[in-house]
Design a protein around this ligand. Structure first.
Ligand SMILES: *Cc1c(COP(=O)(O)O)cnc(C)c1O
Length: 450
């Protein structure tokens, strides 16, 4: 089997996610045969450094032996069992470990298979909590401009990335988006924290005016990943937690992308530090091996649902594969890797190398911003640097960087005109340098006058 053969079969049978399929008349589809560490290999033997952790799910590299072993061991015992009325050891152990690893307030785990489902669950639980308490009229959610919380209809309703949302707007729930603390938009000379505090006024006034109708505020702590890797100061989380308490509104932290050491702490909300009422986890939860998500919440929420059956206060939500034992085993193995190694400290060193190897990008005439939180580094390409005028999206400049990367051993998949690194934590310093070189050359090419 070679690349061409598998691609031909693929294009007859597969419909790919987040893809205009006609693009593949021009753009090569890459069939991957195997993965090891940060490297992927296609059927012709070409290698690609996975700079984006395969859509941010991978933490410790492809095929990590410890996670593989744990899944295999579980596979020999029990592949799956219904989690209603029944339980199994991986679900229990994982719940204990997650409760121990997350902020103190969070004591209960509810499972699903992906991040969007986790967001749907958090939204429904929050709404249902207020209903169970007999507090009427709370039916809306608040989120930030440019936020992303997944693409099922409920999750899409609280998101704000136009590319994914606009088409489906007539189908969506009522929600409000308020101005974000995105530091990219701060004034010259203004600090990120000053800007975050200034922007918080929009949230404060929205809550002051509408809190009686609002169940929860949902945010991606510190980094709006799908929203072009825009970043904001942790002071915003602190202010938000305080306001949610004052106005009687839940705080949902959607850490599907930023959880598990990505931003420099185990969870991004710990940089507030704040304790959310609901914490959504997915992506890296299984180290990138199997689909699994979790919503963690506290005893007060759990207690609002705990009653005689006839009261119909129970949270009667389910997915077929809830708490799948193989996925739970992968997640336990992933948490064990955090217990055995000082991942956060190693990441801090790697983040330093990432910063150094890209320091010169700031001087590029078409780089408007280089920003970083821990193991996420983003480079914003602009048409005009002084005015930070974006390129027309139709020019698809970022796609040039993607194509260049594929020809030079790197999987760099920009978000629009934002090139970013979000590599597995096992990447070496040399590999980071290699990545920076490829990105630089790709950007040179993409930024050429047309
Ligand atoms: C990816 C993501 C989701 C959705 O997760 P899926 O597993 O893709 O459904 C939700 N929220 C955030 C912040 C994400 O980055």
């Amino acid at each position: 089997m070679d690349n061409a053969e598998l691609v031909a079969r693929d294009l007859r049978a597969v419909w790919h996610p987040c893809t205009q399929m006609k693009d593949h008349e021009q753009l090569p589809l890459i069939p991957i045969r195997r993965g090891e560490g940060v490297w992927l290999e296609d059927f012709d033997g070409n290698r690609y450094l996975d700079a984006i952790s395969s859509w941010w799910v991978n933490l410790f590299g492809h095929g990590h032996p410890h996670i593989r072993r744990r899944i295999r061991r579980q596979l020999d015992r029990l592949e799956h069992v219904i989690l209603a009325g029944f339980t199994h050891e991986p679900a229990v152990t994982l719940s204990e470990k997650l409760v121990a690893a997350t902020p103190r307030r969070l004591t209960r785990c509810f499972y699903a298979e992906n991040g969007s489902a986790a967001v749907e669950i958090a939204l429904k639980m929050s709404f249902h909590y207020w209903k169970n308490l007999g507090i009427p009229g709370k039916t809306e959610f608040v989120s930030l401009h440019n936020s992303y919380h997944g693409e099922t209809l409920g999750a899409l309703s609280v998101g704000d990335v136009e590319l994914y949302k606009k088409t489906y707007a007539p189908l969506l729930l009522r929600s409000r988006q308020v101005a974000s603390p995105d530091a990219y938009h701060r004034d010259a000379g203004e600090s990120e924290s000053d800007y975050a505090e200034r922007q918080f006024e929009h949230m404060e006034s929205t809550l002051a005016r509408h809190s009686e109708r609002i169940c929860a505020v949902i945010v991606e702590p510190l980094v709006q990943c799908a929203g072009f890797m825009r970043m904001y100061d942790p002071v915003y989380l602190k202010l938000l937690r305080d306001a949610c308490d004052r106005y009687g509104v839940h705080l949902i932290a959607d850490e599907c992308a930023v959880g598990f050491g990505r931003t420099g702490s185990m969870f991004a909300c710990q940089q507030g530090p704040v304790e959310p009422d609901f914490l959504c986890l997915a992506k890296g939860l299984t180290g990138g091996f199997l689909p699994l998500s979790a919503v963690l919440t506290g005893e007060n929420v759990f207690a609002a649902f705990y009653d005689d059956y006839e009261t119909l206060k129970g949270f009667l939500h389910s997915h077929s594969y809830t708490g799948n034992p193989l996925a739970c085993a992968a997640a336990i193995a992933t948490l064990e890797l955090f217990e055995r190694n000082d991942v956060i400290a190693r990441n801090r060193a790697l983040a330093g190398v990432m910063r150094e190897t890209t320091a010169h990008f700031r001087e590029h005439p078409h780089v408007g911003d280089v920003r970083q939180r821990g193991m996420i580094l983003a480079i914003e390409l602009v048409k005009n640097k002084d005015r930070r005028e974006p390129y027309d999206w139709r020019e698809r400049r970022g796609l040039e960087v993607y194509r260049y990367g594929l020809r030079h051993q790197a999987l760099l998949r920009p978000l629009g005109n934002v090139v970013y690194f979000m590599p597995p934590y096992v990447i070496s310093e040399d590999e980071l340098r290699q990545l920076a070189d490829v990105a630089w050359e790709g950007i040179q090419l993409a930024a050429k006058d047309r």
